[in-house]
Design a binder for this molecule. Structure first.
Ligand code: ADP
Length: 624
């Protein structure tokens, strides 16, 4: 259906009203607004003419002059003036058709009244005045077709009745009615077509507006969609860009890590290989050899600590490290750390730096139930860094009991007077393999694992780690521990540590099951120093054969990973045959699970390589 068809369907052809009430009331509102000025001007002009024609009264009908003027000036003019004033009232729009038509009716009534008073003599001329009124009604005022037709009809009826009343001659009555009806019909037809066109125009505009609104909505939707897609694209771009940066960063970190690692591994290995070659040459004095051995030992220790930290981070990140909650004396824990660090300070050759365990009060000692070893590990990592990055001054550590958000925490501090950390790097240093200085010219060793380990441990202990630092002045690292229970000390029970001297010689026989020659010779050397007789089996099968010949050793040190028959299976078979045989597992893999597996195979204890004289001594003391 096209717009014209739907317009005709919507419009009543008789009353020219829209069938849809909403459209109709909108149209009336629109139309009334449009004609208001027009109406006001029409009323004023009609009033003007009404007054001007008063001259005609005086000139043509002086007998009726007074009464006519009274009608004109005292009745009609005030009423029309009132109507004119009412056009400025806010409710005029509501009654515009009725009130405006009233002004016509009043005007016409005035003329009809004058006809009535003046009789046939007047009517022959003054009915023409009614023509003017009809002209106003249909042409000038732009009333609705329906209203104007009713008004026109009323004027005709009024004239007809008065015509009969004053006994107008039939010829004048018929002739005048003929013209008045003709004027009415012409006026109606003209107004009908005018209103029809006006409504058609409004309807097309209305349709147009509807289409426009639809188009605007579609446009807005399109704009929203475009905006949405653009922001999605921007988001994707951003993500891609970030991913690219991360990829580039991790690529760079990988290279930096490999370079650092290579450096950190090769430096001690270089010393170990180089000095052991020199010792091998046999051209040195004993004192020189001892000094070289010390260097080799130090380099080995350094390598070991590197391997340890790699293990720490790998195990922590793979979730294999669990909390081991136990009971610890606070004072003992702190002084333990202190003694370890005093040794560490000597190893680093930093005796010039004062190491202080601050504000620890013996009287205020207490017990904590937590994973004390993890607290120690975190403190030691921070203290090692503090010593490493400080050239002079002091390194201080202490703890405080704090309450944060109604929860008690232990807060540990490590303070140094070292090189400090630039503020823009502070957020990075807790990431694994990240260092403030990762250039080739860096002064300090390390691979950037220590702080990452601290952070992970502290998080496991329901705490947080942080640092305040000023470049050139020093740093204060701190961490909290929320996962702990504090208990008061029972000082009546003395905590004594049993110490067994490691120098006594032993009359015992030990079987070392080990495929690696160097590892065996080390054990042989250490054990023979204690007067122990040592036998060697290169794998589990040989160990079984030797046991068959020998029946029992005081102790078997069992390597776990070996060719032919591995340590787990060998231990199992040995324990089945000789349940009393003591077996201690030894392995280079310090991975969680190894220990449990070894113990499940029947081993009595477990020791990880490298095996130091100290470790071995305490084992021997325990089992022999
Ligand atoms: P590493 O010490 O092996 O490099 P860490 O993870 O322990 O790794 O430390 C990361 C980096 O944080 C260090 O390389 C160093 O740049 C910085 N850092 C750590 N502790 C300190 C400190 N006490 N003073 C100055 N810088 C420090």
């Amino acid at each position: 259906m096209n717009a014209n068809q739907s317009f005709r369907k919507l419009l009543s052809p008789v009353t020219l009203s829209f069938r849809d009430k909403k459209i109709e009331s909108d149209y009336i509102y629109y139309y009334s607004r449009k004609i208001i000025t027009h109406v006001r001007i029409a009323i004023i002009i009609s009033l003007g003419l009404y007054i001007v024609f008063a001259f005609l009264d005086s000139f043509l009908f002086p007998d009726f002059k007074v009464v006519f003027h009274q009608i004109r000036f005292f009745i009609i003019t005030p009423i029309i003036l009132l109507i004119f004033l009412f056009t400025f009232h806010s409710s005029f729009f509501k009654y515009i058709q009725v009130i405006t038509s009233l002004s016509i009716i009043v005007g016409a009534a005035g003329i009809i009244a004058m006809l009535y008073i003046g009789g046939e003599e007047v009517s022959a001329l003054y009915y023409v005045g009614l023509m003017l009124v009809l002209l106003f009604n249909y042409e000038f005022l732009k009333l609705r077709f329906l209203t104007a037709s009713i008004v026109g009809a009323l004027i005709l009826i009024g004239y007809f009745i008065v015509g009969l009343q004053i006994n107008l001659s039939l010829s004048i009555l018929v002739a005048s009615l003929f013209f008045l009806v003709g004027a009415n019909v012409l006026g109606m037809a003209s107004l009908y077509s005018y209103e029809f066109l006006s409504r058609q125009y409004y309807f097309s505009n209305f349709q147009l507006e509807k289409e426009k609104a639809k188009t605007i909505e579609i446009n807005l939707n399109l704009e929203a969609q475009v905006l949405d897609r653009t922001s999605n694209l921007e988001e994707m771009n951003k993500e891609l860009y970030e991913a690219k940066i991360i990829a580039e960063d991790s690529e760079r970190m990988k290279s930096v890590f490999l370079a650092t690692m290579s450096h950190e591994l090769r430096t001690p290995l270089n010393a170990i290989i180089g000095f052991s070659d020199i010792i091998n040459s046999g051209e040195n004095s004993e004192a020189e050899n001892i000094a070289f051995a010390e260097i080799i030992n130090r380099s080995g220790q350094h390598l070991l600590s590197l391997v340890d930290s790699l293990f720490d981070i790998t195990l922590i990140e793979s979730g294999q490290v669990k909390l081991k909650i136990g009971e610890y004396r606070m004072l003992e824990l702190m002084s333990n750390v202190n003694s370890i660090m005093l040794q560490e300070r000597t190893k680093l050759g930093k005796e010039n730096i004062e190491l202080k365990l601050d504000n620890v009060n013996i009287e205020a000692d207490f017990k904590i139930i937590t994973d004390g070893n993890k607290i120690k590990q975190a403190l030691i990592n921070l203290l090692k860094n503090a010593l490493k990055f400080t050239e002079s001054g002091e390194v201080k550590f202490w703890y405080e009991e704090v309450v944060e958000q109604n929860k008690p925490y232990l807060k540990f501090f490590v303070q140094d007077t070292g090189i400090g950390i630039p503020s823009e790097k502070i957020d990075l240093i807790f990431d694994v393999f990240t260092q403030v200085d990762d250039t080739n010219s860096r002064k300090y060793g390390g691979v950037g694992i220590g702080l990452a380990v601290v952070q992970k441990i502290v998080n496991m202990l329901d705490g947080e780690v942080g640092v305040d630092s000023i470049v050139g002045k020093g740093s204060t690292f701190y961490f909290t521990v929320g996962n702990y229970i504090k208990e008061d000390m029972d000082f009546s029970v003395a905590n004594t540590v049993n110490f067994i001297p490691a120098s006594a010689t032993l009359d015992a026989e030990v079987l070392v099951v080990e495929d690696d020659e160097a590892s065996y010779y080390l054990l042989e050397l250490l054990l023979e120093k204690r007067g122990v007789k040592v036998s060697w089996a290169k794998n589990g099968e040989i160990a079984l054969e030797m046991l068959e010949e020998h029946k029992k050793f005081d102790l078997i040190l069992m390597d776990l990973n070996m060719p032919v028959l591995n340590g787990y299976d060998a231990s199992k078979q040995i324990k089945e045959l000789y349940p009393d045989q003591i077996i201690i597992a030894q392995t280079a893999y310090a991975v969680t699970g190894d220990k449990e597996k070894a113990l499940a195979s029947g081993c009595d204890a477990y020791i990880t390589k490298p095996i130091s004289a100290q470790k071995l001594n305490s084992l021997i003391t325990e089992f022999i």
